[in-house]
Write a protein that binds this ligand. Structure first.
Ligand SMILES: [Zn+2]
Length: 92
């Protein structure tokens, strides 16, 4: 069964345990096995939001036709397109 880790504040541990949250012996983090009960949804860590550059740009790779994402060159912070499939590059 799938383990879903939860961010349970100390004060909410009893509440979370009532709905099936179990603490991991090694890490002390709480998790549930299988489906997360709706009572515990608020403890599921939010996925970090990544900007979807592919949709923003809409550039297509000239080599393979896949979508391109916009990247920042670390050396001089200039921008370039990079194909998500074949990794070929294109100046912006
Ligand atoms: Zn490509």
């Amino acid at each position: 069964m799938e383990k879903t880790y939860l961010d349970v504040p100390h004060a909410h541990r009893e509440y979370a345990a009532r709905f099936g949250a179990v603490s991991d012996q090694s890490t002390g983090r709480y998790f549930v096995l299988g489906e997360v009960p709706s009572e515990l949804y608020s403890y599921v860590p939010k996925e970090p939001r990544h900007r979807n550059y592919v949709n923003e740009v809409g550039q297509q790779c000239a080599v393979c036709g896949a979508a391109m994402e916009i990247r920042e060159r670390r050396s001089d912070r200039s921008l370039y397109y990079r194909c998500v499939s074949c990794l070929s590059m294109l100046p912006v």
